[in-house]
Design a protein around this ligand. Structure first.
Ligand code: GUN
Length: 297
């Protein structure tokens, strides 16, 4: 194996510790900790796991945490009313509405209703526009965490060829914008890309965010590349016993680690950084909204 492992669990813990220090300093100085509201509609098991983890880490970092767990049949109007109430609540600095939402609710409408200053997911069109134009704003947590991992192993990215596989608003597009802001030459590959293997083979930095188990093979990777695997896919694992499953990324890890310079594992790579960045965004949002001096995170 040539690749060194980028330890997302350790990086996330370090970031959460910096957030906790900042939260304590802000509480001491201004008499209030930043507050995050998490909204979950329905009982999607994966969403329940994420939301429980978010709530646990929010409290552990010394932030205030408010949960709204709503039934599956919640109407769009009721969810929009809750968002309006949270927008108006001076104690709430960050609002996160867990996706996916049930079919009767238009997620785009809900995202657009969140006050951009409280949009700790960075999904609001105002924040997406600020990222695209390099004018600040709140940045989506998964790409922000991925960039922090990349920069933990290579400080200067200017001039590097970066390939992002996947063009979602949640990961692919903001990831590309962040790498462009670092002066990388950025390519976004997607399901209609011709000869995606050849495109990937050019990448000094390869970010896979497609949700297809082990799609990226070892021979897609440029020797020495930094490989960031955003995928979290549950697949059958008959070798572990009947009915057992395991998590794999979008990258065939064992093969890729034979070629890459650096690689994130799944689990233990990007995943833990996403929640740590959510906490960091909550501190950032609180400081910007309240005119507090923002700490370096
Ligand atoms: N569902 C999966 N990932 C995310 C995320 O980063 N934010 C929200 N709100 N929902 C998600």
């Amino acid at each position: 194996m040539t690749a060194r492992i980028i330890d997302g669990t350790a990086a996330a813990e370090a970031l959460r510790n910096r957030v906790a220090e900042a939260a304590a300093a802000l509480s001491a100085r201004y008499g209030a900790a930043p507050g995050l509201a998490v909204v979950l509609v329905g009982e999607n098991p994966a969403s329940q796991v994420y939301v429980r983890s978010k709530i646990k880490h929010t409290a552990a970092a010394g932030l205030r945490s408010v949960e709204h767990l709503l039934p599956m049949e919640t109407s769009e109007a009721d969810l929009l009313a809750l968002v309006a109430q949270l927008n108006a609540d001076p104690e709430i600095d960050g609002i996160l509405v867990q996706l996916p939402l049930p079919v009767q609710i238009d997620a785009d409408k809900v995202i657009a209703a969140i006050d951009p200053a409280k949009d700790v997911d960075g999904f609001h069109p105002v924040n997406a526009g600020k990222l695209a134009t390099g004018t600040g704003g709140l940045v989506p947590c998964t790409p922000l965490g991925s960039l922090k991992l990349i920069k933990s192993v290579r400080e200067t990215l200017a001039g590097l060829d970066a390939v992002v596989i996947g063009r979602s608003n949640i990961v692919g597009k903001p990831m590309a914008a962040l790498l462009l802001a670092e002066s990388c030459t950025v390519t976004i590959a997607h399901s209609r890309t011709k000869d995606v293997e050849a495109v990937c083979r050019r990448a000094d930095i390869l970010v896979a965010a497609v949700g297809r188990p082990e799609m990226v093979r070892g021979d897609w990777i440029k020797p020495g590349a930094i490989v960031i695997d955003v995928g979290i896919n549950r697949v059958d694992a008959p070798e572990k016993g009947p009915g057992k499953t395991r998590l794999v990324g979008d990258v065939a890890f064992a093969e890729a680690a034979e070629v890459a310079g650096w690689i994130t594992p799944v689990p233990g790579g990007v995943g833990p950084m996403t929640i740590a960045c959510l906490l960091a965004n909550t501190v950032t949002a609180a400081c910007a909204r309240r005119g507090w001096t923002a700490p370096e995170l």
